[in-house]
Every structure is written in structure tokens, then in C-alpha cells.
Design a protein around this ligand. Structure first.
Ligand code: NOJ
Length: 517
């Protein structure tokens, strides 16, 4: 019954959204004091993308390392990345200079427990203790992700990682170490980053770790995998691993540590390509398959009806006990939002077998800038989609506590210094967020992706998002503030947010020199 009401609500929500228009606070001035008093602003990174020291001090490879090493890379080495492992004190100074309330980073499981289970690596433990202490001593709150694409490779080799139910026990033991060792200082834990896209990219398209897919569905030529079943199996185990981690925290740590545990989802706003009923329904299916896939079990204890109908016996079934465990097993949802995804009905795909996730969803995605090369890639600045997706969570999933874990603008590495386009993107999205919060969304924090120009999963170092430019041609990997850092910093320090901001003279000179790199 609850499900049917929800489905109705979804459709109503989408229709209302179409009628409401797109006007918002773009162009208006606002400042951080317009947000609720406890609203936090921060910036994000993840372990493999910034830490470097990939093979130092006992760390062993993860599936992310393996993936990064598949393609050739130049002197800008992902195993060194921004070398935050050695430069964390310098980076905390940058956070202070910017005025961040919080820093979202992830723990590398294979640095902390190099063999995936068993012995804890003392040097890994020391590194994360140092980083956390450094943050806290500067008044910056750590928000920690436990798995950001980087499952220890050894577990992938030994039993197939997330495809095997054994992952639940190993993940729970790993998070137990994290809660026990760091939980006296960490209050915000995220079990999995972009759980939905991790399984889609890793097990259907195959273009992200662990690179599994099957013909004709893969975006690459995978050597192993099954796109018709594996995404559903991996997602099932991720959901259960998440729920068991939450149970563990509630039973053993929550009373004393008073923290919160959530999960993160990449959250597009899906907009119908045309206003036909078919495309509007396709849009609803996209919401159900990409967000409902995780949010329905977490809120209502089971997968969305449309998934069960279209996927049939390829989607695993929760037992009564599992369903009970899942329902309500989160304190917050981490939302990563970048742009609107246009969708179009493709009901024909349901007449075919075999089917992958997309064919089961029966939609076609119309990618923005699909002809642009990654080097020229920037996202369309459409902040109304940000508002819609947050309204969707509010209406369909009972207004959960949300932290915006990632939002930001991509650009080619070398042209990303005077990043006025990024200033505009951030200004418009944070402005829209203010509208949404005023409209009752329980969103309590916002993190820019990313603090630094980091190693990017799909674009290596070619497309970057950083508030700070990292000079990869300089052996010191010197960080330089971009215009967007100046803008964010002024906003965080209480100035009215306006896109009319310029670098001062001295900075301009340095930037002039750098932009010829
Ligand atoms: C999502 C991922 O969480 C992060 O690792 C990635 O670098 C950004 N989006 C940008 O693509």
C-alpha cells in the first residue's frame, strides 16, 4: 500500500515539477547567514584521488588502483595524486584559509587493513588519526566516507568482492575498526559513496572499477562479468552491508559517540525529453531505478515495484528479517548532484532479452554535451534540477536529513585557473539550495567537489573540479587558489555572494604565468 501511494506521489511530483517553471534565486545576492545557524559548508575529496603514497607504509592496492593502472598515464601519477598523505597539514591550512566548517574525505580500507581483513596497519591508523586531529585542532569537522570506490583488491580476487555475500562480514569488521579508533572524534560516517553509480559503472557498463560487464551492454570490452545480473547482486550486498554497519553502530557506539551513519547516492534530476506521458513515465522509472533502488529499501524495506516487475527473478529478494533491518537504516543521505539528466521512453527494450539495467529501466538517457571531448567538458549550469531532486527526496522519501556531499563544475585542467564559470555554477547552486531549505528540505550541509584538482576516475587529470589548482608540473605539487576559492571563501566569511569577483593584481600575475603551462 505504502508503495502504491509513493508511486502516485512520484508521478504527481514530476507533473508539478514540469508545471512549476524554473525560476529561482539566480542573480540574487545572499549570504551564509541566510542559511540556518547550524548549516555546514565544506569541501570534499576521496582517498585514492588525493592521498598518493599508494604503495607506502604498508598500503596495498584497491580496485581503484587496478583500474587507474589499466590506462596509461603520464607524469601526473595517480599513485602520487596530490600527495595529501604527506601534505595533509598544508591542506588543512588551505581549508582554514578558505573558511571551511567541514572536510569530507574517505578512509582507504587497504591502507588501514591492507589484506582486507585481519591485521590493522599501524601506519595507516596513525595517518588517519593525524589527519583527524589536525582537522579538529583547526575547528574543521571530519565527515568520513568508508568506501569511495576503493574495495581492497585482495577481496575482489579472493571471492569477487561485492558479488559475494562474504563482503558483508568483512565490511562490518572494517567499519568496526573505524568506529572504534576514530569514532570519538568523527560524528558523520558515510558507508558507501555513490552506491548506485558504483554498481552501474562497475558491473553493467564496466567503465569504472571493478570493470565488469558483458556484451552487448558494456561501454568497454570487459573480460568478465554479467551486466544482466551482477549490478543487482552487488547492489543487494551493498545495501545489506550498509544496514549491518548501521546496526553495529547503533548497538555498540551510538550511545557514547552520538554520531550519524548514512549512505551516498549520485542524484540526477531526471527530466523528460518531451512532455509526452511516455517520457514523463520514463522519467519516473529513471528515478525508481537509480534513486529508488536504494532509497526504497532504506525507507520502505523493499525494492520499487517497477524494478521487481521489470527485472523479475534477476533481482534478489530480501528476507523478512533483512527487510526489517533495512527499513530506516540511515541517519542521513549524502547527495551528489551535478546536472540534469534528460530521459526518453524506450519501452521497446522490455520486449527483448537479455536485458541490463538500462533495458530494464526502459529509458534512453540523452547526455548533455555528448559530442564534447572530456577536455572541453563542463556541466550545464541548471540549478533548478538541484531544487527538483531535493524536493523529490522530501516528497517521496519523507524528507530525510541530507548532506550535499558533492556539487561542482568540471573543466579542462589547464584552463581552470580564472574559473568564472565555476563561480557562477557554485553561486547559482548554493542560491537554489537556500530556496530549497527555505521551502522545508531537511538539508543541513553542502560540500563542494572538490577541494583540490584531484585524480578523476573517468578523466584522469584532464578534467578537474578543484577550488585549488594543483601544479602537477611542479615536483612540490604546489596548490594555488582559483577564483572559485576566493568566491567560496568570501561567502564562507559572511560576505554577500555575488558573481562579480576578481582576483587581485598580484594573484592575476601569478595566474597569467601559470595559464601558459
Ligand atoms: C563523483 C565521485 O564521487 C568522485 O569521486 C568524482 O571525482 C566526482 N563525482 C566528479 O566526477
Amino acid at each position: 500500500m505504502a508503495m502504491r501511494v509513493t508511486a502516485g506521489l512520484c508521478l504527481l511530483h514530476l507533473c508539478l515539477a514540469l508545471l512549476r517553471g524554473v525560476a529561482g534565486s539566480e542573480g540574487k545576492e545572499y549570504n551564509r547567514y541566510d542559511f540556518p545557524k547550524d548549516f555546514i559548508f565544506g569541501a570534499s575529496t576521496s582517498a585514492y584521488q588525493v592521498e598518493g603514497a599508494a604503495l607506502h607504509d604498508g598500503r596495498k592496492p584497491s580496485i581503484y588502483d587496478t583500474f587507474a593502472h589499466r590506462s596509461k598515464y603520464d607524469t601526473r601519477n595517480p599513485d602520487v595524486a596530490c600527495d595529501q598523505y604527506h601534505k595533509y597539514k598544508e591542506d588543512v591550512q588551505l581549508m582554514v584559509e578558505t573558511g571551511l566548517d567541514a572536510y569530507r574525505f574517505s578512509i582507504s580500507w587497504s591502507r588501514l587493513i591492507p589484506d582486507g581483513r585481519g591485521a590493522v596497519n599501524f601506519k595507516g591508523l596513525r595517518y588517519y588519526n593525524n589527519l583527524i586531529n589536525e582537522l579538529i585542532s583547526h575547528g574543521i569537522e571530519p565527515h568520513v566516507t568508508l568506501v569511495h570506490t576503493d574495495l581492497p583488491q585482495v577481496l575482489e580476487n579472493e571471492y569477487g568482492g561485492f558479488l559475494n555475500v562474504r563482503i558483508i562480514e568483512d565490511f562490518t569488521s572494517y567499519v568496526d575498526v573505524c568506529f572504534r579508533e576514530f569514532g570519538d572524534r568523527v560524528r558523520h560516517w558515510t558507508t558507501f559513496n555513490e552506491a548506485n553509480i558504483f554498481v552501474f559503472g562497475g558491473y553493467d557498463a564496466g567503465n569504472t572499477p571493478p570493470s565488469r560487464c558483458s556484451s552487448p551492454f558494456g561501454f568497454i570490452n570487459c573480460t568478465k562479468g554479467n551486466s544482466t545480473t551482477e549490478p543487482y547482486i552487488a547492489a543487494h550486498h551493498i545495501l545489506l552491508a550498509h544496514a549491518y554497519a548501521v546496526k553495529l553502530y547503533k548497538e555498540n557506539y551510538k550511545a557514547k559517540q552520538r554520531g550519524l551513519v548514512g549512505i551516498n547516492l549520485l542524484s540526477y534530476h531526471f527530466a523528460p525529453l518531451t512532455d509526452t506521458r511516455e517520457d514523463i513515465l520514463a522519467c519516473q522509472r529513471a528515478y525508481d531505478f537509480l534513486i529508488g533502488w536504494f532509497m526504497h529499501p532504506l525507507t520502505y524495506g523493499d525494492y520499487p515495484e517497477i524494478m521487481k516487475k521489470n527485472v523479475g527473478n534477476r533481482i534478489p529478494v530480501f528476507t523478512k528479517k533483512e527487510s526489517k533491518l533495512l527499513k530506516g537504516s540511515f541517519d542521513f543521505i549524502g547527495v551528489n548532484y551535478y546536472y540534469i539528466q534528460k530521459v526518453k521512453d524506450n519501452s521497446m527494450s522490455l520486449t527483448k532479452t537479455p536485458r541490463d539495467l538500462f533495458a530494464d529501466m526502459a529509458v534512453k538517457w540523452i547526455f548533455p554535451n555528448s559530442s564534447a571531448s572530456p577536455k572541453e567538458f563542463t556541466f550545464p549550469n541548471e540549478p533548478w534540477g538541484f531544487e527538483r531532486v531535493l524536493e523529490y527526496y522530501k516528497d517521496v522519501y519523507a524528507n530525510p536529513l541530507i548532506f550535499i556531499h558533492e556539487n561542482g563544475q568540471a573543466e579542462s585542467y589547464n584552463t581552470a585557473i580564472q574559473d568564472q564559470f565555476r563561480v557562477e555554477y557554485l553561486h547559482d547552486h548554493i542560491g537554489r539550495l537556500l530556496d530549497v531549505v527555505r521551502n522545508g528540505s531537511n538539508t543541513q550541509g553542502y560540500f563542494v567537489w572538490s577541494l583540490l584538482d584531484v585524480y578523476e576516475l573517468l578523466f584522469s587529470f584532464d578534467a578537474t573540479f578543484g577550488l585549488y589548482y594543483v601544479d602537477y608540473n611542479d615536483p612540490n605539487l604546489t596548490r594555488h587558489p582559483k577564483l572559485s576559492q576566493r568566491w567560496y571563501s568570501q561567502f564562507l566569511k559572511g560576505k554577500n555572494a555575488t558573481t562579480n569577483i576578481q582576483m587581485n593584481q598580484a594573484e592575476d600575475t601569478t595566474i597569467g604565468a601559470r595559464s601558459s603551462i
